[in-house]
Design a protein. Structure first.
Length: 252
């Protein structure tokens, strides 16, 4: 592509079907797993204190809500849930609220967190230890093994698949998305880049160190301008590993 080729622009009023076009069906099994991260130009998702409201602007937030409306479930790690207290519902566009999944091995999230609010959507708490605090009404508790302090992404997906949740958005944070990448458990990644330079802060990815550029991952990606930001629609299907849904670490 010539250097002066313009980057295609997305309409600023994307509908749910337009957002869905960026989430093709999975090719390795019957699940489709999409990651999402919003970052600055210098690859930061939050300040050194964890403050991230908001790295991305209104158009990218609209895109995120359209993604939520297209999936069965949206998952965040407990670090994101504690730092941002997100609602994880669909507010900026039309569509149903997805199931809300909290990955919280040590059951740290309080029963008063906004994600536990009863609004008709399923709420699932993925833990490796039984919570000391009461389980919020209507919340499904799923206990999974965590051999190294973290729950294997493949076990997470098996548990969600068993509950009929097959289109999943991994919305953050950086550690959670990175673990899914390392495990070969993402079909696609939406990277939303804002015109901000933070200079320091928390990086978007935490992946194994490499020694030479030959070891770097070369990605199949398309870029789209959304107002003053850029969305990278990254195809990770070549790295995606099929999941054996008959093998589970769930403690029933």
């Amino acid at each position: 592509m010539p250097l002066d080729t313009p980057v295609p622009q997305l309409p600023t009023t994307l509908g749910t079907l337009d957002a869905l076009a960026f989430v093709p069906a999975g090719t390795k099994d019957d699940m489709t797993i999409v990651g999402q991260l919003g970052q600055t130009l210098d690859g930061r998702i939050a300040t050194i204190t964890g403050h991230s409201r908001y790295v991305n602007g209104p158009a990218s937030l609209m895109h995120l809500h359209q993604l939520r409306a297209c999936v069965d479930a949206v998952l965040v790690g407990v670090g994101t849930a504690l730092a941002d207290d997100p609602q994880l519902n669909v507010r900026l566009t039309k569509g149903r609220n997805p199931a809300r999944i909290i990955l919280d091995p040590n059951a740290r999230l309080a029963p008063t967190a906004k994600v536990w609010h009863e609004d008709g959507a399923r709420r699932v708490w993925l833990v490796s230890n039984t919570p000391a605090s009461p389980i919020p009404p209507g919340v499904e508790l799923v206990v999974l093994n965590a051999s190294t302090g973290n729950i294997d992404p493949r076990d997470i997906l098996r548990a969600l698949h068993a509950r009929g949740l097959k289109r999943v958005l991994i919305e953050g944070g950086a550690e959670t998305v990175s673990r899914f990448i390392r495990a070969g458990c993402l079909d696609r990644l939406h990277l939303l880049v804002a015109p901000i330079i933070m200079g320091s802060g928390r990086p978007a990815f935490n992946l194994p160190a490499i020694q030479t550029m030959n070891e770097a991952t070369r990605l199949n990606t398309k870029a789209y301008v959304l107002e003053d930001e850029v969305i990278y629609n990254i195809d990770l299907s070549s790295q995606r590993l099929p999941i054996d849904f008959s093998n589970t670490s769930e403690n029933r």
